[in-house]
Design a protein around this ligand. Structure first.
Ligand SMILES: *Cc1c(COP(=O)(O)O)cnc(C)c1O
Length: 472
């Protein structure tokens, strides 16, 4: 029970709370209106008053100062006015971080988007004939040059690509998949569920670790509409394993007159073996092997916008294009602009201009001097210490779990604050900095930090050190 004294004091404080209008009418807040806008200031004022009321009732506040309230409202207005979707600094070392927007776009892709988006474009207009065209025309030729495919379609993401392909080619029929490839990618994408939703009956063959060509052959019947091969992406079965060679699977499918569909996961447009990635399948290799339809993501290894690419034989792609669901899953002009510009960088051999590709290729020797510079600056700050350690970055985005990239980590410690506290404070930075805590230590991996963001990280630590001093 609260004491009668407290109740009386709280009640009197509650009566002193000014109204929203009274606060907004004060000179300081009126002067701030052009900057934050009436709507944001009102919302901030309401939030601050709500908190004030709660603090008075719980006995945490013993006075109401208008000056303090004004300062709180201004700070809150800045927070409220910030767009919900905003850039962050990715210091996790996960290159394709699904929570952090996967692939950052190349400058050329951004430029293409702004050029096209603010004006009318020939999105679906054939400039030569002066009549209606198809949005596919913009990507078709590029994929033809890059992969040697007859035809390509672009949809919202790879999940949509797999769904639309199965629904178009195998609805009401059977699709054969190896038990070792019935995967789940990040929660909601599960091969069995996608098959079911696309109206196909999934025929599982083989075992988790071993599936032979004869398993596929034994399951073929007159209701079989396709064979589906899936890249296991974010997991590996190692040890006593077996799966048929792609060439043999192609041969089997064609002997029975059904297509082989391959969900490649990442859109790997080139051989990454020289960079230590041996088991990321190259899209062109599947096409050369005779796979009829491949699907892959636009924002994984390809390094472009969120998109799903369906590519392969013309006759099959035309059937997929004719599916009424294509209309529901197709991409807009922004995606087409960003994707075509990214693909052009591959064709022009300017792959280092694609941020995700550049980050993946970065050697520890390039990361080390930046890490050393950052650590040296943090070391000078009171309460902080920083060291450099060898560590590993990961590609992420559902690719190659076994292969990590050697990196140099900056390990930061603080005399009073825990690693979790530091991690949270960095996340609250004006440009949020996302770092990792491992073995109760804060670690920063500069592989995924753009070089021009190094300075902001230094400054964020400097501000933390300064606020510590002021707080003492
Ligand atoms: C990532 C992935 C998907 C889903 O791709 P999104 O573009 O995220 O929809 C599907 N299949 C495989 C094999 C994947 O790796």
């Amino acid at each position: 029970m609260m004491s009668p004294d407290f109740n009386a004091g709280a009640a009197s404080l509650l009566r002193q709370i000014p109204s929203v209008d009274e606060l907004l009418g004060r000179p300081l807040l009126r002067a701030a209106e052009p900057r934050w806008g009436h709507r944001n200031l009102t919302e901030a004022t309401r939030a601050v008053l709500r908190q004030l009321r709660a603090e008075i009732i719980s006995g945490q506040r013993e006075e109401v100062s208008l000056g303090d309230l004004e300062q709180q409202i201004l700070a809150e207005a800045e927070r409220v006015a910030r767009p919900s979707l905003q850039p962050v600094i990715n210091a996790t070392g996960v290159v394709l971080h699904t929570n952090l927007g996967r692939a950052p776009l190349a400058a050329a892709a951004l430029e293409r988007m702004t050029t096209v988006a603010g004006r009318y474009s020939n999105l679906e207009y054939d400039l030569e004939r002066g009549q209606r065209g198809k949005r596919d025309q913009h990507t078709d030729r590029l994929f033809n040059e890059l992969l040697g495919v007859e035809r390509a379609l672009v949809v919202n993401n790879n999940a949509a690509a797999v769904f639309l392909t199965l629904n178009s080619l195998a609805e009401r029929g059977e699709v054969i998949v190896s038990r070792g490839e019935l995967i789940e990618i990040g929660g909601s994408f599960r091969i069995p569920d996608i098959c079911a939703k696309s109206g196909c009956l999934l025929t599982e063959v083989g075992t988790t670790n071993r599936t032979r060509l004869s398993d596929y052959a034994g399951a073929m019947n007159e209701r079989t509409r396709a064979l589906l091969r899936v890249h296991p992406s974010n997991f590996r079965i190692v040890g006593f394993t077996e799966r048929p060679h792609l060439d043999d699977l192609v041969e089997l499918a064609h002997r029975h007159g059904v297509p082989l569909i391959e969900d490649l996961g990442s859109g790997c447009l080139m051989d990454l073996a020289p960079y230590g990635m041996a088991d990321e399948p190259e899209a062109a290799r599947s096409v050369r092997a005779g796979v009829d339809v491949i699907t892959f993501s636009g924002d994984k290894l390809l390094g472009g916008p969120q998109a799903g690419v369906i590519a392969g034989r013309r006759e099959l792609l035309d059937r997929i294009r004719a599916n009424p669901l294509f209309r529901a899953l197709r991409v807009d002009k922004l995606t087409i602009a960003a994707l075509t510009a990214t693909l052009a960088l591959y064709l022009d051999n300017q792959i280092d201009s694609i941020p995700a590709q550049r980050m993946i290729r970065m050697r520890p020797g390039e990361i080390e001097p930046r890490a050393a510079k950052l650590a040296a600056r943090i070391e000078t700050l009171p309460g902080f210490s920083a060291t450099i350690e060898a560590g590993e970055s990961v590609i992420g985005g559902g690719s190659t779990p076994a292969q990590s990239l050697p990196t140099r980590l900056v390990i930061v410690r603080h005399a009073q604050r825990s690693a979790e506290q530091l991690e949270r404070l960095l996340r609250q930075n004006a440009v949020p900095i996302i770092a990792r805590v491992e073995r109760e230590r804060l670690q920063l991996d500069l592989r995924t930090v753009f070089e021009d963001q190094d300075e902001e990280i230094s400054r964020a630590f400097e501000r933390l050190a300064t606020s510590d001093k002021e707080g003492q």
